[in-house]
Design a protein around this ligand. Structure first.
Ligand code: GLV
Ligand code: MN
Ligand code: MN
Length: 407
């Protein structure tokens, strides 16, 4: 076995083990601040200790493994997220934490002219609460304390969930790092798309990360008997919502960007009553903030038109936004050189359509990302997979980056 295959086999083993820290059901469901998160942190702590790091949990729920450097030397941050979507895969997010730890383990006792921290952020997906990136925003000093009032489906407040987990909402807003002490932030992540596979390349260096915004929409109609109320007299919330789903789709397509209605709750949700209410989410993504802003700004008018047409009321609230971010040219070039040294082939460069913790870390320091090839381009799906050899190559590339890097 080559060294790459050894590290890759360890990565596969660790990711299979931590995939069990999941709610029951297909794939991985690991939301922030619950028992599955706690079980995952037990394993990640062990990975960090094996990498020679001291381990601590910060007030925003980020697990931090720190490898000391010379006194006064800056710190290089390596991170990603522990959480998954519902019924997601075993690689999105957590793979970057695993590979970061393995790269430090591969370095062994070799001294570096800087400290390194591996960060396992609590919540990047924004699936449990209608916000995300609490951990990186806390470090960047951009965390809005209003998010702690947001509630999950069960009505639990984010601030309470964080506190019960060992965090502290007040202290979380005081975690901002001094940019002068931070050299940069690196994130390794499964590509979640088909580009590297099509190019027959195990690894790719990210050029920029798309921006994203999310909206919570409430459509209110009126319940009524399915057999007695004439069609033209109905206030059907689901009819209104379905016009909105189509309208959002068409608007995004016309602007050349992406938008998704991914969550929809109908009530009373019975076979013989006109739907009285629909709660839904709209998510918009684009590499260009101006294009995303244009579609986001047009939502109000779209909703107003549909409300009149369908005799319903539509309320819309923006719950989250994160602008597009460019990756740092210097870190990108160094990462590309390390990839070439580790794989023997020039690095492919590609943009990221998904968002990442790195988007928020860009407010603190220069960022760069390394993508690992994704089988069939499938992600946010139990079938998500990166192969061991590719993950091994990523560990070698990151270790090589660390050996060469001088802040
Ligand atoms: C996060 O992973 C996202 O892009 O949805
Ligand atoms: Mn991710
Ligand atoms: Mn994801």
């Amino acid at each position: 076995m080559t060294a790459n295959e050894d590290w890759g086999a360890m990565a596969s083993e660790r990711l299979s083990a931590i995939a069990k820290a999941s709610e029951p059901g297909p794939g991985v469901t690991r939301l922030p601040f619950g028992p599955e998160h706690e079980a995952a942190l037990d394993l990640i702590s062990e990975w960090m200790r094996r990498a020679g790091c001291s381990v601590s949990l910060d007030s925003a729920g980020t697990l931090i493994g720190r490898r000391e450097g010379p006194p006064g030397a800056p710190t290089l941050l390596i991170g990603s997220h522990q959480d998954s979507v519902r019924e997601g895969g075993a690689f999105d997010g957590i793979m970057g934490v695993a590979l970061g730890c393995l790269a430090l383990e591969a370095l062994g006792a070799q001294e570096l002219p800087f400290a390194v921290e591996v960060l396992a952020f609590a919540d990047e997906e924004g699936v449990r609460f209608p916000t995300a990136l609490i951990g990186p925003r806390a470090l960047a000093g951009t965390l809005d304390p209003k998010v702690f009032e947001m509630t999950d489906r069960a009505g639990e407040r984010l601030g309470e969930a964080l506190r019960a987990f060992g965090g502290d909402p007040e202290k979380a807003t005081m975690l901002a790092r001094n940019p002068d002490e931070i050299a940069g932030y690196l994130e390794l992540h499964i590509e979640q798309g088909p580009v590297l596979e099509a190019a027959d390349a195990p690894l790719g260096v990210v050029t920029a990360i798309s921006g994203i915004e999310r909206h919570r929409v409430t459509v209110t109609g009126e319940a009524g008997h399915a057999g007695t109320v004439p069609m033209e007299m109905r206030h059907d919330a689901l009819l209104s919502a379905s016009d909105l789903v189509r309208g959002v789709h068409d608007m995004a397509r016309d602007h050349g960007i992406r938008a998704t209605v991914g969550q929809l709750t109908v009530s009373p949700n019975v076979v013989n009553a006109i739907p009285a209410r629909v709660d839904l989410t709209i998510e918009i993504r684009a590499a260009e903030d101006a294009a995303r802003d244009a579609v986001g700004a047009a939502l109000g008018e779209l909703c107003a038109g549909i409300a009149v047409e369908t005799l319903t009321e539509i309320e819309i609230e923006k719950t989250y936004s994160q602008p597009a971010q460019a990756c740092d040219p210097d870190l990108r070039a160094r990462l590309a050189a390390a990839v070439e040294a580790a794989t023997g082939a020039p690095a492919i460069e590609l943009p990221s359509g998904a968002t990442h913790d790195a988007s928020a870390m860009a407010d603190l320091c220069p960022i760069a990302m390394l993508f690992v090839r994704c089988k069939g381009g499938v992600s946010h799906n139990p079938a998500e997979e990166a192969n061991g050899a590719d993950m091994g190559a990523a560990v070698s590339a990151l270790a090589e980056f660390l050996r060469r890097y001088v802040p």
